[in-house]
Design a protein around this ligand. Sequence first.
Ligand code: BTN
Length: 248
Amino acid sequence: MLKKYKGAKKIRLAEVGSTNACAKEYAEKGAEEGTVIEAKRQTDGRGRLGRSFFSGGGGAYFTVILRPRLSAEASLLITAAAAVAVAEAIEKISGKEAKIKWVNDIYIDEKKVCGILAEGKLSAEGRLDYAVLGIGVNLSEPEGGFPRELEGIAGAIFEKGKEIQAEAVIEAIYDRFFEIYENIEERAFMQEYRRRSFLKGKTVSFKKEKTEHTALVVGIDDSARLILDEDGKQFTLEAGEVSVKWRE
Ligand code: BTN
């Protein structure tokens, strides 16, 4: 761990609504950068695009408080940096290849094993006052399996029955993230982000301005935007979600 974050506070909870919501309360009260809130279970785990995130146990659920001195554009890189940190850390621990599905879902063997939700608060000057970076990793499949709506979509990094230390996984991700974060604006990690792309070369569908589109994923640029080709016309997507179109 970088010296700077060694003294940062760790708050470990058995259960909480959402570690992101909890981290925001700490951030509002002035908690320093690097403070981390961990929970064994969440009763109101939150995902991107207003969705919920299954957090019923068997996972590592945690949120890190950041106080980035970054331009608004560069702050978009935080989730991409976190995705690289998670992919590298869990690959090292599990020995399984981890891919990144743009923007920031982590896949092993075609199943989503981790979700990342970064939320920020802007100051009156339009800069980030703070950001909370929430990460949820499915360590093992829950007893009785994932909820029905996640069947075939969600996966875990370890086989059933293996004893897993959530703490070790959190620490490995935390340490790697802060190494990258130190020089985030140099964007060197984007090369690794691209190398791990789950989508490159795939045909995807997505909605833009209420219209359904189908396009080929050409790559990802240095600002973590998805580069697409739709009928020979190239354009980029900066946020949102795309679905892989499986062809017969
Ligand atoms: C997604 O897949 O849409 C993002 C999921 C992010 C889940 C994590 S778990 C820890 C933190 N607390 C939350 O409520 N959400 C994030």
